[in-house]
Design a protein around this ligand. Structure first.
Ligand SMILES: [Zn+2]
Length: 706
């Protein structure tokens, strides 16, 4: 009886559950039948919002099966189109964004790395195309690689790239702005628009280092990357929530520039390989606005590519197709729920450009992926998502077929921009920098140059960065030396090692490191810029000027560095000309304004100096050098207490702002604030490198009786 009773009860419960399930299925079916599938309506009078989330893996969002809770972006996918097989063409921020915004492959737009390349002037971007159709255009970016100096601002009426410039010339730190700040700036701009607009919002938070705000870290204690992804979704919420309140509908496109290795295939971050961990990206299109019917989301498994985004947006706003672009609109694909195969070209050139490794190029055709390297790779992604079985050898029938498809794209390796020419080498040799014979330009790469054989060097470079950031500069230097011993053309090892040595107060060794790079045949522009800057700072401006003069003056970093070298050589008029030219390339270069302010101060024009320095700080409030120089202006104009504030802020922002520490000591002593003076003076004595500050150190020691 008891047993039966229990059985009955169980049976009833099971029946009830089944009944509920049937009811739910019925509701779902009703909703499914009644709700039309999402399709992009062609409409000229609409807004367009492109959101690019840096370093967001193709599998990171909740709707793609990721761990992080991403309700805002999943909500878009639930009522829009979600592409499950979308790919980037490059695995670095600037080259990939150039493809998203121009609709061209890297070999067409010419941007192959984050540094050393600039978008051609006159290049047509999505912004310039939409501007011609009367859209207001605004960009809101969050990281230095997208600074307007690289030229992606073409066609944008507003280009907000207010990201700190501090530390910009090293890969040890990528200056960034938090997603919520960028979203606030974009919302301000959107709020000021009356007509239709196109906005590009770029957020950077999922990029390493993974440091989400503490609340978000706490939600994902063992997965710092997922915490960043969840935080980013949250930070984008206010932007997406605003769209239903606008007077016209907004087409929203969300994608990533590339993914993140997270240790897969030995790759910690991105920029080396082109496995799915970094090449596969999310792609979601949706439409938000007043009076739109409810639509159910569609998931599309046929391939989509970054080069398809510009044609898709043009199609959606009723503009004629741009015949010169390699991509094709996805509007029909979304309407049909399926599309044809679209072979996709991809590449990774940074390892070649910065390290002399073999260039990586490849092609995706349906679910086959071919990677052309000295050790070729072929994967069947349908059966092997993780790319664990390289079938290039066993499918000898397929490799040549895919190789031929790849040949259909332009696979000539890129020239190093303006730095590899015979003329540059000749000029460097005349200055005594290069050795007897230039490093042979590699026209053949062997298995020894294959990034698969060299990935441990990449791990050593990552470890060096971590050791330096943890305060162990000597360990970092040892690691860099080990990398250089194995591959003497690893430009970024020299550059980062020189930076670490400079920060550690060993300017002579920093300079020697960069000179060794040039002697070993590394002629990258940023090596020369850094060497010229260091030489100027240690008082060897006479050596810096001819070195920097060998570089083309079309880049704000070159112009600022050469300007400083001229200023130190007693050539202020030429320095001023270069700083002003830097502002032509990048109107929001805080450093250029800072340098102009310093020149005015040296010329005794404190008023003009203050104007320029305040402009520098308006653009970038974290510019510690501008604060240091502003403090001098303030003291000279009788505003001692304000000067102390400026210098205190400068050394808070940048502990190596030694001139500010020195000034604080002197000024506080003069004001009779002895204890405070001692505090800063002692910091100066223990941290300022004697190689650069010998006489000032002696002076402070004497004043403090140390
Ligand atoms: Zn990126």
């Amino acid at each position: 009886m008891t047993a039966r009773g229990r059985a009955t009860r169980t049976g009833w419960l099971a029946y009830a559950a089944a009944l509920l399930a049937v009811a739910a299925a019925g509701l779902l079916a009703w909703w499914w039948l009644r709700t039309p599938a999402f399709a992009v309506a062609v409409r000229a009078d609409r807004n367009v919002l492109v959101i690019t989330i840096d370093t967001l893996r193709g599998d990171a969002l909740g709707s793609y099966g990721g761990r992080a809770a991403t309700p805002h972006l999943d909500g878009l996918a639930a009522h829009g189109a979600r592409f499950g097989f979308a790919h980037a063409h490059a695995v670095l921020t600037l080259p990939s964004h150039a493809s998203i915004l121009t609709g061209r492959y890297p070999y067409e737009h010419g941007i192959r790395d984050n540094s050393g390349f600039r978008v051609r002037s006159g290049e047509t971007t999505l912004a310039s195309r939409l501007k011609a159709l009367d859209f207001a255009t605004g960009a809101f970016v969050s990281a230095y690689p997208l600074d307007q100096r690289y030229g992606l601002n073409a066609g944008f009426g507003t280009y907000d790239d207010r990201v700190s410039e501090v530390g910009k010339t090293t890969e040890l730190v990528v200056p960034e702005r938090r997603a919520d700040e960028t979203v606030t700036s974009a919302l301000d701009w959107i709020g000021r628009q009356n007509g239709k607009w196109f906005a590009w919002v770029h957020v950077f938070d999922p990029h390493a280092p993974y440091k989400a705000p503490p609340d978000w870290q706490a939600k994902y204690p063992s997965d710092a990357y997922a915490a960043e992804v969840a935080w980013t979704d949250f930070a984008l919420g206010p932007l997406l929530d605003r769209l239903p309140q606008l007077s016209r509908p907004t087409l929203v496109v969300v994608t990533a520039d590339h993914g993140e290795g997270l240790g897969e295939h030995g790759e910690m971050t991105h920029g080396i390989f082109a496995y799915e961990s970094t090449l596969h990206v999310p792609l979601v299109l949706a439409e938000i606005g007043p009076g739109l019917p409810e639509r159910r989301g569609v998931t599309i498994t046929s391939p989509a590519r970054h080069v398809d985004i510009v044609p898709t947006v043009l199609d959606a706003v009723g503009a004629p197709a741009a015949g010169d672009l390699p991509g094709a609109s996805l509007v029909d694909v979304i309407a049909r729920g399926d599309g044809n195969d679209r072979p996709s070209y991809f590449e990774s050139m940074m390892p070649m450009l910065a390290r002399g490794w073999a260039p990586l190029r490849g092609v995706l055709v349906a679910r086959e992926k071919y990677i052309d390297l000295p050790i070729p790779e072929l994967y069947d992604l349908a059966a092997d998502k993780g790319e664990l079985q390289n079938v290039a050898a066993v499918r000898a029938d397929r490799s040549p077929v895919l190789q031929r498809v790849l040949q259909g794209f332009n696979v000539a390796p890129p020239n190093r921009p303006a730095e590899e020419t015979a003329g540059t080498r000749e000029r460097l040799r005349a200055l005594g920098y290069t050795g007897g014979s230039p490093a042979p330009a590699r026209d053949k790469y062997t298995e020894q140059d294959d990034p698969k054989r060299l990935i441990d060097l990449d791990q050593m470079l990552h470890r060096a960065r971590e050791r330096f950031q943890a305060g162990h500069a000597a360990d970092a230097v040892t690691l860099y030396q080990q990398v250089i011993a194995r591959r003497p053309d690893t430009a970024d090892a020299y550059r980062n090692m020189a930076f670490v040595l400079w920060q550690a107060g060993r300017p002579g060794q920093a300079i020697a490191t960069l000179e060794a790079a040039l002697k070993n045949g590394v002629t990258q522009r940023d090596i020369q810029v850094k060497l010229g800057t260091y030489l100027a700072e240690v008082g060897a401006a006479a050596k810096a000027v001819p070195l920097l003069e060998t570089l083309p003056q079309d880049d704000t970093e070159v112009l600022n560095a050469l300007g400083i070298a001229y200023a130190h050589s007693g050539r202020p008029a030429e320095a001023m000309r270069l700083f002003r030219r830097a502002l032509e390339f990048d109107a929001t270069s805080g450093l250029a304004h800072q340098n102009i302010g310093t020149l005015h101060l040296r010329a005794g024009d404190v008023k003009a100096a203050e104007t320029s320095l305040r402009e520098a700080l308006r653009i970038d409030p974290t510019l510690s050098g501008a604060l240091t120089t502003l403090g001098v202006v303030l003291v000279k104009t009788g505003r001692g207490p304000e000067a102390v504030e400026a210098w205190t802020r400068a050394v808070e922002l940048e502990p190596t702002e030694f001139d500010a520490l020195y000034n604080l000591t002197i000024e506080l002593l003069a004001e009779g604030r002895i204890d405070e003076a001692r505090k800063f003076g002692d910091r100066y004595l223990t941290s300022a490198p004697p190689a650069l500050y010998a006489s000032d150190l002696a002076h402070v020691r004497k004043l403090l009786g140390r």
